[in-house]
Design a protein around this ligand. Sequence first.
Ligand SMILES: [Zn+2]
Length: 80
Amino acid sequence: MSSAETLYCYHCGQHHPREEMRQIETKGGKKWRCIKSIDATKITSAQRDAFGKTVSAENRADNQTRIKARTNADRLVAGR
Ligand SMILES: [Zn+2]
């Protein structure tokens, strides 16, 4: 058995050493993908999640400000 065994990485479209590869389940069946590309995707999706949470929190704060502003406007109208 050769120590220089490589496997085809469907993500990069090239061969990597077997010890850098992980077999993963995809819609098309089991495929080999390198750890580097898996880690890169994990980081990217974690950053995307963090970004999404920040945006939705800002949207919530924005909505609350708008609701408060409308309530104040209603009070002004009612006071007349
Ligand atoms: Zn790869």
